[in-house]
Design a protein around this ligand. Sequence first.
Ligand code: AMP
Length: 273
Amino acid sequence: MKILKTIEELQEVTSSNKTKTTGFVPTMGALHDGHISLIKQARNENEVVVVSIFVNPTQFLPGEDLDAYPRRDEADKKICEMCKVDYLFMPDISTMYTEEEVLIKAPNNSYVLEGKTRPGHFDGVLQVVLKLFNLVQPTRAYFGKKDAQQLTLIQQMVKNLFLPIEIVPCEIVREKDGLALSSRNVYLDETQRKDALLISKALYSAASLVGKSELKASALKEKMQEVMQTLDVEYIAVVDRNFNEIEKIELKNSIILVVARFGNTRLLDNIWL
Ligand code: AMP
C-alpha cells in the first residue's frame, strides 16, 4: 500500500491507472467495521482501491467537534493495509484548500433534517467530495446508508454535474447489540452507550410494525417515541428516498431516520424500508 500526501502524487496515480477500474472510499478516519465493509466491497469490485482519510473542516460548523474528532492515523494505516488498499490518501488541510475557494451550494432539499440542524454542513461535504472525485476519478465510489441524506445528496450531485461515477450505497454495519457503528461512539460513556441501544430498538420496532402492515408515519413515530422516551431525541422523520416527509410508508421507497443526543454527541441512525 502506498500512502499519498500531495495532490501531485495522487494525480500521478490516477493517470497511471486510467485504464483500470478504481473503487474509492472517502472517510474521515478512526476506521471501524462500517468503513471496513465499504473498503472490502470496493476491493471486491475494482482493480484499484483508493481510500482517503481527511477530517474535512468545511463540513464542521463553528463549535462542533472538529478539534476533538478522533484521529488514529497509525491504526488506520494498518487497517487499510490489511484490507489490501492500494493507495491511502491522507492530505493536510492546506493541501486540500486555498484561502479563496469556489463554494459549492447544496440544493434546497439539503436544508431539512441534518441540513437544518447543521446549516452549511452539506455544502462542505459536497465541496470536499467533488474535490476528491476530481482527483481520484473513480469508476465507483462507496458511501454508507448510515449517512442517508449525505448519500442522497452525493447521488444528486453526480447526476446534476454529469460526473461519470457510479455511487454505490452500502448497508449499515452495527455492533452485535444493534448500535450503528460510528467514529463518534467513542465519545459515549458506559451509561450513554447502554442507552444508545434504544435508537436501533426503536427503528426495529417501527420496522416490525411495518411488517404487520402499519404504514402510517404518525403511528410509527409514536411507537418510536415510546421506545426512546428516556432519550433526548432531536428528530424522528419518515421520508421518501428524496427526503420529502411522507404520511405513509411507501415500501422500497422510504427511510425512517432518528437523531438522538447524548451530552454533546449526536447519534444518527436510520432504516431503509
Ligand atoms: P465518515 O468517516 O464518518 O465520514 O464515514 C465514511 C463513510 O463510511 C461514509 O460513507 C459513511 O456513511 C460510512 N459509514 C460510517 N459508519 C458506517 C456504518 N456503521 N455502516 C456503514 N457505513 C458507514
